[in-house]
Structure formats: C-alpha cells, structure tokens
Design a protein around this ligand. Structure first.
Ligand SMILES: Nc1ncnc2c1ncn2[C@@H]1O[C@H](COP(=O)(O)OP(=O)(O)OP(=O)(O)O)[C@@H](O)[C@H]1O
Length: 353
C-alpha cells in the first residue's frame, strides 16, 4: 500500500520584505505509515506551517517533492490535491447553517442533494453534533465550531488531513477532551493526520510519531516515548519536557561526571552530555548502580500528585526533580540527596554550551 504522504527533500526559501532571504524548509524528508498520526512540533518560526502549506498546495516548493497516496502532487494546485486542512481559526461561514457549512464543498463540486445530505449526516454523527445541522454557527460554542470545521474538512473524504494548531483557541479542559476525540476520529477513519502544534504535551499525548523541527530541518522523528526518553540531540532533549543536562567524559567504556562518579556505557571516547529527566530522580537509593547528588533544597512545589523540587548542588548547579512521594519534604535550605538509577540515564553525543 502506498504511503498516505511522502515528502522528499523539501526546500523553501522566502524573500523577506527587508530584502533578505529566509530558509523556511531546509531539506525536509518525511514518510507517513498508513493511518499514522504525525505531529510537527517546534518553536515559532521553525517551518511547521510552511511544511503544512506545501503539502496542501498553498505554497510551492523550490526543490523536492510531495507524494500523496503514492502520486506526485508537487505541481498540482491546492484544489486538485486529495487533502484538506483544519485551521486554528475555523474559517466557517457564519451566515450559513452547520449542515451547509459541512456540505459546502460537495455542493460546489455539484454532488447530488441526497448524497450531500447523507454525507453531512454521517460527518455530524462522527464529530458528535447529530441533530445540530440547522443551527447557525453563531449559536455554537468554540468546541462545537471546531467540530464543524473538522466535519467540513472530512466531508470530501480526503486521503490525508492536515491540522494547523486546531485546538489552540480552546480552553484547557475542552482542549484535552478534543484531543481524545480527534485521536478517536482519526483511528475510526484510518487516514493519515499531520498535526501542527507548539504544545509539547499535546504532541506527546496524541501522536504516533513526532517530528521535532528547528530552523527548517527535522531534528529528530520518532514515537513520543522514544523522543522523550532517548533524544538524539540537545535540542530535542530540551524542547520536549524538563531536563537536567550534565557534562560527562567518556573513556574505556565508562562515563565520568566532573565530581568523579561514573557509570558503564558503550559510547566512543570523547565528551558528551548526560540527560537526567526530573522524574528519574528519587529520594531513596535504588538497588543496583546509581548516581547520587547531594546539595541544598532550594524550591519545592506540591502539585497535588508530586513534588517539584530544585536542589542546588556544588558541582552541577540546580538539579530539578519530580518526586512521587506522599510524605512531606524537608524545609527549603535543608540538605538533601537525590539518587538516579542507571536505567534513568541517557547520553547525548553533543556537548552542552
Ligand atoms: N510568505 C513569507 N514571506 C517571508 N517569510 C516567510 C513567509 N512565510 C513564512 N516566512 C518565514 O519562514 C519561517 C517559517 O515560518 P512558519 O510560518 O513556517 O513557522 P512556524 O513554525 O509555523 O511558526 P509559528 O509556530 O509561529 O506559526 C519564519 O521565519 C517566517 O517568518
């Protein structure tokens, strides 16, 4: 079966109004597996929207190719590509009913009334708006409007759906609910979704794979847990979640920290960075090999399920930890020791600045 989407070496340089140039895409390649949910994640200006627009055809590439369902669409205008986009601002027709909004593209395409009505009904069922077809858009909540936008984008049976920050206008609770619904709809339809966000939590919970972008390039692509636990570079490590980054020296199958502690590793000799996620640290020493960090407790925040703390250490500065402890912690200013088991250590072959 052909991949729902394949991007080969996509390059795009914009001319800026100031007379310079801006490389928005610098050789991006990406292939979706069948019915895969892939998120493009990265800081503002990294090229996410540009990449999405080159897939939909709203932007042309300077170099490279876009294939949808195995067919090259690089030279096709937007309206001839079998994709649709859901935008952050829903771009609905306010003066039309919900049903007309959803069926509008089918109407323009000259489909029969009976076919349109049946498809609109199916789509409203899918997004949980059955029976609301005759409402005006202004009579809907933000979440309902986003569902209409989704139903409209799916009505023409696209082979691929693009979503450009579709949930960012919703409040936190509704956003989380819609995240689950979107994922369920994607599974039910079995089509590829390419989702753009700069919300890392959203990316981690929704995606089959995340592509982390910076400066128009994919820094790393992989399953959320893989990217979080084993980032390939410092950018991915720091962009996804909280991180403690400690310099290490590698020699003879051993990684050594600046305070003399060490652990076995299979890396080539040189310098590298140890990534310690805050939740890998604990108050009690684990069985087996571990690192320990002693210092002064500086900050504690109780979040209801865990304690976020900052420990000031003489050798490594501030180390942040997330402790799952029911008990109380000592007062800030008290001495404290944290332990990190060997399983919580990850080496990155890059030296932190
Ligand atoms: N039409 C354009 N003309 C000139 N520069 C552009 C144009 N469109 C985008 N850019 C530039 O290309 C870069 C990538 O922009 P893009 O909109 O793809 O980023 P993004 O990752 O989607 O950012 P955000 O999260 O802020 O939406 C930015 O530096 C932007 O200023």
């Amino acid at each position: 079966m052909a991949a729902p989407l394949e991007i080969i070496n996509a390059c795009k340089v914009f001319r800026t109004p100031e007379g310079g140039t801006m490389t928005a895409l610098d050789g991006v390649s990406l292939k979706l597996a069948s019915a895969e949910f892939v998120t493009l994640l990265g800081p503002s200006g990294c090229g996410k929207t540009t990449l999405l627009r080159t897939i939909s055809g709203f932007e042309t590439l300077d170099d490279g190719d876009v294939l949808i369902d195995g067919a090259a669409v690089t030279q096709l205008p937007a309206h001839r590509r079998p994709v649709n986009t859901v935008f952050q601002r829903y771009a609905l027709f306010g003066h039309m009913s919900v049903a007309r909004n959803v069926g509008y593209a089918l109407e323009i395409a000259g489909r029969e009334r009976r076919e349109i009505d049946s498809r609109v009904g199916e789509m409203l069922d899918l997004v949980g708006l059955s029976g609301m077809g005759q409402r005006r858009i202004s009579q809907l909540s933000g979440g309902q409007q986003q569902r209409v936008a989704l139903a409209r984008a799916l009505a023409g049976k696209p082979k691929l759906l693009l979503l450009d920050e579709p949930l960012s206008a919703l409040d936190k609770n509704l956003r989380q609910k819609m995240q689950q619904e979107l994922k369920a709809i994607q599974r039910e339809l079995g089509i590829g979704f390419v989702f753009v966000t700069h919300d890392q939590e959203e990316a981690l919970t929704m995606s089959d794979r995340i592509a982390v972008l910076a400066h128009g390039r994919i820094q790393q692509i992989g399953a959320p847990s893989m990217l979080y636990q084993s980032p390939a570079n410092l950018f991915t490590a720091e962009f996804l979640g909280e991180s403690n980054l400690l310099p290490v020296t590698l020699e003879g199958g051993h990684a050594r920290l600046s305070d003399g502690q060490g652990f076995a590793c299979a890396h080539a000799p040189g310098r590298a960075t140890l990534l310690l996620r805050p939740e890998a640290l604990a108050l009690t020493a684990p069985e087996g090999p571990a690192l320990r960090f002693s210092g002064t407790l500086r900050e504690t925040y109780y979040t209801g399920k865990d304690h976020q703390i900052a420990l000031e250490t003489p050798g490594f500065g501030m180390i942040r930890a997330l402790l799952r402890t029911g008990g109380t912690l000592p007062e800030p200013g008290s001495p404290l020791t944290l332990h990190a088991p060997a399983t919580g250590l990850h080496l990155i072959d890059e030296v932190a600045p």
